[in-house]
Design a binder for this molecule. Structure first.
Ligand code: FMN
Length: 305
């Protein structure tokens, strides 16, 4: 989500605070061309909400917001030589990947199917993240977008562990030390946990998002393409209920986000998360209002088992 300049600033800040290895994460989707017709269809669908809030959605975007990993980003990173670079939505071009590997970084990426895991291994990933359907946030699929091909973490993980020789990191629905131990027993070399950290002191989770995570609403999540153009799991809210979580008129990732932005910020200023992406996985039972360090110690604490 950072542009090259802010990425550099963040890296400089981190370098001033620690010499420990760091992991940077990038999306590597194909950048779509904005399509006026599609954008207008999307805005028509949202127009009753713009009218309700008395707001103007602003001009259609002239360029996509979230950018995929690029030469420009690699230029910024090189001097800092981060130890780990992880990607979502596949891998960047062979040239860019060779450059990252050239400075010694380990490369991780997400697989949502056995086929994607095999593809990542064959294309140079050092480890694969097996992301089950329970996971919060964007689903990392990249070979096919068939949502019916989704598997739960504990069905997907052992299959991927058998199919590849590189280490497998389990992701999706893991929220406590027992879940971590179960993933390790099924062949994981490590786990990736997102949802459980969303209430941590350091997390920049918004007020409406925090409130939703602490409410009964968090028990109902769904995959939705409404907020970005790609399926991502979040707490079901008004927009998802009224338009349906997956809608064919939504522009390609990441273009959908632009038209919603004004609606989202107006609603949030009134304390409503009706139009906000409330990313969360199916298992919110591990969310705690503690420091990330404490939560990590608890998750890693084998003595509790
Ligand atoms: C709020 C949120 C934002 C996320 N953003 C990213 C991201 O930018 N890149 C990425 O690779 N994965 C992202 N993920 C997915 C996580 O890396 C991880 O796969 C997932 O959270 C694991 O499932 P869990 O949420 O059930 O713990 C995100 C997850 C959440 C909940």
């Amino acid at each position: 989500m950072l542009d090259a300049e802010s990425l550099r600033e963040e890296l400089q800040t981190i370098a001033g605070l620690t010499s420990a290895p760091i992991n940077l994460n990038f999306f590597c989707h194909a950048q779509p061309e904005p399509c006026r017709e599609w954008e207008l269809r999307w805005r028509r669908l949202l127009s009753p909400y713009f009218a309700e809030y008395g707001i103007d959605p602003g001009p259609p975007p002239s360029a996509a917001g979230r950018r995929p990993f690029s030469v420009e980003m690699a230029d910024q990173l090189e001097e800092f030589r981060p130890a780990v670079i992880s990607f979502h939505f596949g891998l960047p071009s062979a040239e860019l990947l060779a450059r990252v590997r050239g400075w010694g970084a380990k490369v991780l990426s997400t697989a949502t199917t056995v086929e994607e895991a095999r593809w990542l291994e064959a294309h140079g990933a050092d480890a694969v993240i097996a992301q089950g359907l329970e996971a919060g946030g964007h689903r990392g699929h990249f070979l096919a977008d068939d949502l019916s091909a989704q598997m739960g973490t504990f069905a997907l993980l052992p299959e991927i562990a058998r199919a590849v020789r590189i280490p497998v990191i389990a992701a999706g629905g893991i929220a406590d030390a027992q879940g971590v131990a179960a993933a390790m027993a099924l062949g994981a070399a490590g786990v990736q946990i997102g949802t459980a950290y969303l209430l941590c002191d350091e997390a920049t989770t918004s007020a409406v998002h925090r409130a939703a995570l602490k409410s009964d609403a968090a028990n109902a999540t769904a995959l939705t393409n409404l907020y970005s153009g790609r399926p991502a799991r979040g707490i079901v809210n008004r927009l998802m209920r009224e338009l349906g979580p997956i809608h064919e008129s939504v522009p390609s990732f990441p273009l959908a986000a632009a038209a919603i932005a004004a609606l989202r910020s107006k609603a949030e200023s009134l304390g409503s998360g009706d139009f906000s992406p409330l990313w969360a996985g199916q298992n919110v039972s591990g969310c705690k209002e503690v420091s990330a360090a404490q939560l990590t110690r608890e998750l890693a604490c084998a003595c509790k088992l």
